[in-house]
Design a protein around this ligand. Structure first.
Ligand code: AKG
Ligand code: FE2
Length: 349
């Protein structure tokens, strides 16, 4: 068996030196050591204030909307508290994820992803020989629309995996709705300016990330620097182990672990819809020598066939249209990636 087909889980158990394919050589966004270890400036926003049932003072709401607008137009990222998803459910979601990744390899391979597909269990999609591989395994599942679920990829073991993911996804959809309304309000847009662009059958995809310990955290990344191709991404981090970093003001900033907060970062499609006002941040994940890390990312994407583009109200002489309309951005993004191009740049006018 060549090193290429060995899983990171296997290599981690044997404390193997990572093969060349995993070693980050020339990173155009700064080397791994260039990380700024100082506590960063990722804002924490109490989003309970944005919910319909909230009876807060209008000035207080206004202040929080301003905080949201500022977070999304600078770093493109914040930590949401007051989201209303019970802590016990978040703990259970991390628990079923841990149990799944702890299964024997043969058991997990029942859910293996086909080479050219995104759903299922596996590692990076390899598109070029020069590609540096991520030190992680993933399980990707489409959760909405519900009738598009491919349940053969949803683990039978642990037996409560499906129910817990479903319960989380339903609650998360509610959180996303609140967030989109707040984002629209924060830019004085009419309700639906962003959300209606997603269509009635918008997608929510979940990605369970597993980062086993790595003997060379100085040379290998859990996930290479990337921006998400989603509209918005909500991430449940590990409750103990950090590693996620956001590129902000030309520095890598650590996203602190707040066990029951949800990290919200925008994806490329919201940068397009907001005509570049909101940012889709570059982010990456460091590896850890001793501890494994788990995260669950959920991506909200427009219906693939729906054309999206900058909201008219955000285009004027001072801020001319930056992006053209695009559709099926996920496929477009993948195509660009294969050609070594950046999708967001290619969508520019
Ligand atoms: O594991 C994390 O903290 C981030 C994962 C991520 O960026 C992704 O799945 O797109
Ligand atoms: Fe990401």
């Amino acid at each position: 068996m060549d090193t290429f087909s060995k899983s990171v889980e296997e290599m981690s158990i044997n404390s193997e030196e990572p093969p060349q394919e995993y070693v980050v050589k020339d990173c155009s966004f700064g080397s791994i050591e260039s990380s700024d270890p100082s506590p960063g400036s990722i804002p924490v926003i109490d989003i309970s204030i944005f919910s319909l049932s909230s009876s807060h003072d209008p000035q207080e709401v206004e202040n929080e909307l301003e905080k949201l607008r500022s977070a999304l137009s600078s770093g493109g990222c914040f930590q949401a508290i007051g989201h209303g998803i019970p802590s016990s459910l978040l703990d259970k979601l991390r628990e079923v994820a841990k149990k799944f990744f702890a299964l024997p390899a043969e058991e997990k391979h029942k859910y293996s992803r086909a080479a050219n597909e995104f759903e299922g269990y596996g590692q990076d999609r390899v598109v070029s020989e020069k590609q540096i591989l991520d030190w992680s395994s993933r399980l990707s599942l489409k959760v909405f629309p519900e009738d598009q679920r491919r349940l053969n990829f949803w683990p039978e073991n642990p037996s409560d995996f499906k129910d817990i993911l479903h319960e989380y996804a339903v609650k998360l959809k509610g959180v996303m709705d609140i967030l989109f309304k707040a984002m629209e309000k924060s830019l004085n847009l009419v309700e639906g300016s962003f959300s209606s662009q997603f269509g009635d059958n918008s997608l929510i995809k979940a990605r369970f990330n597993f980062y086993p310990p790595c003997s060379r955290p100085d040379m290998v990344l859990g996930v290479k620097a990337h921006s998400d191709r989603s509209g918005a991404t909500v991430l449940l981090q590990d409750d103990e182990v950090g590693g996620l970093q956001i590129f902000k003001d030309d520095k890598w900033i650590n996203v602190p672990v707040i066990p029951h907060a949800l990290v919200v970062n925008l994806g490329d499609q919201m940068q397009i819809m907001s005509n570049g006002i909101f940012k889709s941040p570059l982010h990456r994940v460091l590896t850890n020598k001793d501890k494994l890390r788990i995260s669950v990312a959920t991506f909200n994407e427009p219906e693939p066939d729906k054309e999206i583009g900058p909201v008219e109200h955000l285009i004027d002489e001072k801020r001319p249209r930056l992006y053209r309309n695009v559709k099926n951005f996920a496929a477009f993004n993948y195509e660009c990636f294969q050609k070594g191009k950046v999708a967001l740049e290619e969508a520019k006018i």
